[in-house]
Design a protein around this ligand. Sequence first.
Ligand SMILES: [Zn+2]
Length: 316
Amino acid sequence: MNKKQCINEIIAEYTAKANAQKTTIALKLAALRKNDESFAGLENDVSALRIEYARQKANGAADPVLTARLQTAEKIFAEYMETHDIAIQPKCHCKKCEDTGWANGKLCSCVRQRLQEKITEASGISSILKDFNDSGTDFFPENLRENREKIYRLMRDYCKKFPNAQYRNVFITGSVGSGKSHLISCMANEVLKKSETVQFLTSFAFGNQMLKANFAPIDERESLISPLLETDLLILDDLGAEPVLNNITIEYLYLVLNERLIIGKNTVLTTNLSPADFLARYGSRVFSRAMDKKSTYIAYMDGPDLRLNASGATAK
Ligand SMILES: [Zn+2]
């Protein structure tokens, strides 16, 4: 998801709501003018008195009798409007920005709040978000505790500094049940808290989306691929579990990873595969983008010794 687009959408929603309110008010007023002579009279009185008051003010001072008449007429008019439940001005939901989306030349906090909700909804991971703060390290197995604690510490730091952490990409490798999903749901949550956009896709969903893109007309193709390039953080989960589709999986994985490296966007990959098995499955082009030495942190969830285990046969 594109943040600018999202902000524009929110402000457009505000404008549409305000316009809808204005239309409702205008329709109610038109109906009253037509059906209620006393209202039409009141409105005309107030209007005429206001004009006269403004004219006298412009020439020096308004006559006190006129001022009192205007005040009385305005009071009666306001009471009438209240009894008929008509607001003259649309009601604002946010006093700070009066629903314009901007306050003191900055994006209003109400927009930033809505932005965070919207990008969380669109992330694809909103239902399983976890929090680093609630994630004690007690559930780590004894023999891996030190290793996992280090990874969690580094990944928390990565998210705090996002998108300016030391590493651009993270490659998380570990066997089934090693806690990769828990870790990435903490990471996604932390990045979303900063109102950075996150897109989460399982490798299976990624493959399907790219298959669709490959055969779609050009403009539709764009709408399937560009969200994966534009999002601030892309998480591709469980690489290796998906079927490798001929001329699709590897080609599009390379395209997305390479493009994101070029434009300097962060990507997190998780897999059950060891780096060696990852290389064997996806080839050296994808491997070099997924594990670019300068920009990638490799998190070994099963413990640091297993990096020597090129077979990828890791213990649960
Ligand atoms: Zn506001």
